[in-house]
Design a protein around this ligand. Structure first.
Ligand code: NAP
Length: 260
């Protein structure tokens, strides 16, 4: 077991990549705290994960809820060894027609929420710990309509490097895991959930055609990359962005859509 005796916090651990990672961390011997906003999926996740995990309702953007969360973690867990700042949302912010509140909400959750989670966790972290931030291929894609999301996902990479500098004297490593298209509920939340089935299937196939491995990622594949960064297997890996995207950013012209 790679995480025996370790204590981990996973924000957004009640869904998608966070939930798959919580499951793998528990299997690997960790005690895991998961957070999210939705009490129903938090309860379901806690039941699925069993006694190795505890669920806490806390919005990463809410100062008071964050305070209560870290007070509860200090009481229930004492110290932490691993923080996976994973909670995030997507959202459309086309240039020329975007409302300020929509833009700011994405920045607030995906960037401010990540920093203030790590800021509050730092005093609880044991020396030698590991911090992982969930990034995205949107740091590189230049995808239309994604200015706010892309800014947050580029922002967390430069932020991770600065935090790695801050925490280096304590031997705490700080890395980003950057997923490509991964099969999670993020794709069916909000406006995209109202798209007709056929349109959605077309979009899924179009995205797969742009990935050299020709398919979407599974949340469990992201969990395995997070486990690598959380465990001693990555003991000399620090301040990197690990792309887990089937080659979408590294070898885009190898994608099925470019094959004769
Ligand atoms: N799936 C992909 O294709 C993909 C690609 C690149 C990057 N990512 C990144 O991966 C991360 C996880 O996303 P996912 O794909 O697993 O999507 P998901 O299934 O929608 O999970 C998102 C998680 O974030 C939590 N969350 C959102 N806003 C929150 C807030 N204000 N406070 C606390 N928790 C909050 C959600 O909890 P509640 O539902 O309880 O609010 C949920 O657990 C995100 O950072 C996303 O940007 C995903």
């Amino acid at each position: 077991m790679k995480l025996s005796g370790k204590k981990a916090l996973i924000t957004g651990g009640n869904s998608g990549i966070g939930l798959a990672t919580a499951k793998l961390f528990v299997e690997q011997g960790a005690q895991v705290a998961i957070t999210g906003r939705d009490q129903k999926t938090l309860d379901e996740a806690a039941a699925l994960l069993g006694p190795g995990a505890r669920a806490y309702r806390a919005d990463v953007t809410n100062r008071e809820e964050r305070k209560q969360l870290f007070e509860a973690l200090a009481k229930d867990f004492g110290k932490l060894d691993i923080v996976f700042a994973n909670a995030g949302i997507s959202g459309s912010t086309p240039t020329g027609s975007t409302d300020e509140a929509v833009f700011e909400n994405i920045i607030n959750i995906n960037l401010n929420g990540v920093f203030f989670t790590i800021n509050a966790a730092a005093p609880l972290l044991n020396d030698g710990g590991s911090i992982i931030i969930n990034g995205s291929v949107h740091n590189y894609l230049g995808a239309p309509g994604y200015a706010a999301y892309a800014a947050t996902k580029g922002g967390v990479v430069s932020m991770a490097r600065a935090i790695a500098g801050d925490l280096a004297p304590r031997n705490i490593r700080v890395n980003v895991v950057a997923p490509g298209a991964t099969k999670t509920p993020i794709w069916t939340r909000g406006a995209s959930s109202s798209a007709p089935d056929e349109a959605r299937q077309k979009r899924v196939a179009a995205i797969a055609a742009g990935i050299p491995l020709g398919r979407w990622g599974e949340p469990e594949e992201l969990a395995k990359a997070a486990l690598f960064l959380a465990s001693d297997d990555s003991s000399y890996v620090n301040a990197v962005e690990l792309m887990v995207d089937g080659g979408a950013t590294g070898a885009p012209f190898g994608a099925p859509m470019f094959r004769q």
